[in-house]
Design a binder for this molecule. Structure first.
Ligand code: NAD
Length: 248
């Protein structure tokens, strides 16, 4: 039996892409899973994957940047499952354009969802996890938060913020046996990257030593490691999953 059997996991942005792959893997390891996304009906496919793994699943509709909505989700998880062992802060958006053309709205939107959303959910689960004296939080950052990227100053700043938040929360929660870590994916094939123009994709590919784009499962495997007992002596760490694109 896996050490994850019966644990309760909460995954944001779980309707598709990396979030869906993470939710599926957690269920296959034996977790019951609470799913959150902007619209509950978008979660139908992920629900099917969790049920196929024979685990309990419950959907929550919320915008991660809305404090009241986030509180309602965590209260709902506690009511439905009685505890929360694992939080995966995965929901994220991009609104790319060069800095000199970027609107205040596009800056605020990306910071709100990617950074504030991660703060709100981390804060909301911190109390029950501290009470339980156990919990793991994994934040989905990005290599762009480490190296920056032309056309993504809002996204890069949000993900650098997620990394700093990860380290600060890790320091605050470590004594209560609550660990906080991050993954920093490189170029992963999802709807988010599908829209990129061919020349950008080609440039990216040239910068990847392993010569291939990543799959959502590549990220999910590392998230699983950070969420589970095999990483029990790790907190405040950032693991890159990028085919060698960034070497720290
Ligand atoms: N795809 C990549 O190459 C890549 C690389 C590095 C990091 N990431 C990060 O991985 C995470 C997942 O990305 P993806 O590629 O699977 O993207 P995606 O666009 O396929 O999925 C994102 C999910 O988040 C949900 N979401 C968006 N805004 C939300 C909000 N305000 N509240 C609740 N849910 C919301 C969307 O509905 C969607 O289901 C993001 O944080 C992204 O920044 C992706």
């Amino acid at each position: 039996m896996s050490t994850m059997t019966g644990k309760v996991a909460l995954v944001t942005g779980a309707a598709r892409g990396i979030g869906q792959a993470i939710a599926k893997k957690l269920a296959l390891e034996g977790c019951d899973v609470a799913l959150c996304d902007l619209k509950a009906e978008w979660l139908a496919e992920t629900v099917g994957l969790i049920e196929a793994a024979g685990r309990k699943v419950k959907c929550f509709e919320a915008d991660v940047s809305n404090a009241a909505a986030v509180e309602t989700v965590v209260d709902g998880v506690m009511k439905e499952f009685g505890r929360v062992d694992i939080l995966i802060n995965n929901a994220g958006i991009t609104k790319d354009t060069l800095m000199i053309r970027m609107s205040e709205q596009d800056w605020d939107a990306v910071i709100s969802v990617n950074l504030k959303g991660t703060f709100l959910f981390t804060k909301a689960v911190a109390r029950p996890m501290m009470k339980q004296r156990t919990g793991t939080i994994v934040n989905v950052a990005s290599i762009i938060g480490l190296i920056g990227n032309a056309g993504q100053c809002n996204y890069a700043a949000s993900k650098a913020g997620v990394i700093a938040l990860t380290k600060s929360a890790a320091r605050e929660l470590a004594s209560r046996n609550v660990r906080v870590n991050a993954v920093a994916p490189g170029f992963i094939q999802t709807k988010m990257t599908e829209a990129l123009p061919e020349e950008v994709r080609k440039k990216m590919m040239d910068a990847i030593p392993m010569g291939r784009f990543g799959q959502p499962e590549d990220v999910a495997n590392v998230v699983l490691f950070l969420a589970g007992e095999t990483s029990s002596y790790m907190t405040g760490q950032v693991l890159t999953v990028c085919g060698g694109m960034v070497m720290q």
